[in-house]
Design a protein around this ligand. Structure first.
Ligand code: RB5
Length: 151
């Protein structure tokens, strides 16, 4: 398993903590930056990490900013990416089980480091349930491809 990591300056420290955590667990990662607390633009780093997931260079992404919101918006604009902002353990689990999310987004000012690392562990170890959820996830791809959905 290989993880794409990305963050802006607002979550540089959280990304570093996630990186250390993955290292301790022996999980491979690619760090797309940023590489300091100097102010940068979150869409750049979010899209680089998200593209690595969409291109199957990485299996999952962990992308962070101050709130988790901006990076999730950027990541979700990349075709093939299903990014979810998670703020608790249940969300980290459910977005894998039901949405087959391939990117977890977190905010450094929103969650503690301890919770963030727990959510990463849950996200990376929870399987997509498939079944009726596959149809719904396929509909997300239809939206991405410009289809106008109707009931
Ligand atoms: C940067 O100041 C901040 O706007 C960014 O980290 C993020 O929270 C945006 O959604």
């Amino acid at each position: 398993m290989k993880i794409a990591l990305g963050a802006d300056h607002g979550a540089f420290e959280l990304k570093e903590a996630v990186k250390k955590h993955l290292e301790e667990k022996g999980i491979e990662y690619k760090d797309f930056g940023c590489f300091s607390k100097e102010s940068v633009d979150y869409p750049v780093y979010a899209s680089m990490a998200a593209n690595a997931v969409a291109d199957h260079e990485c299996d999952f992404g962990v992308i962070c900013c101050t709130t988790g919101l901006g990076v999730s918006m950027a990541a979700n604009k990349v075709n093939g990416v299903r990014a979810a902002v998670c703020t608790n353990e249940m969300l980290a689990e459910m977005t894998r089980r039901h949405n087959n999310a391939n990117v977890i987004c977190m905010g450094q000012k929103v969650v503690s480091e301890e919770l963030a690392l727990k959510m990463v562990d849950i996200f990376l170890s929870t399987e997509f349930e498939g079944g009726r959820h596959s149809r719904r996830v396929d509909l997300l791809t239809d939206i991405e491809n410009g289809k106008k959905l109707e009931p």
